[in-house]
Design a protein. Sequence first.
Length: 118
Amino acid sequence: VQLQASGGGSVQAGGSLTLSCAASGNIRSINTINWYRQAPGKQRELVATINSSGATTYEDSVKGRFTISRDKREITVYLQMNSLKPEDTAGYYCNAKTGSSEFVKDYWGQGTQVTVSS
């Protein structure tokens, strides 16, 4: 599985950005696609998840502001980010998980930087 992330940038607080994660390779093996973020000096945190059934989950601080979705071919996953706050500033990473239990394998795309100014 290969992942290509794009869509980061710089916006003012209250603005919006949409991140994209294009998957290729053995996409049928993917169970979940996830967006993580990591701010300088902080641990990487899970922001949003979409599973193979289309169910979604969100980290509490982004609920109601971020939406994760996928295209009908299930090749590209989007993270629509609205009402952005300076604390959303981070490198955002696309992740795919395959397998189950102790056989979960992670695939990562390159990070894309999101900078929100006050």
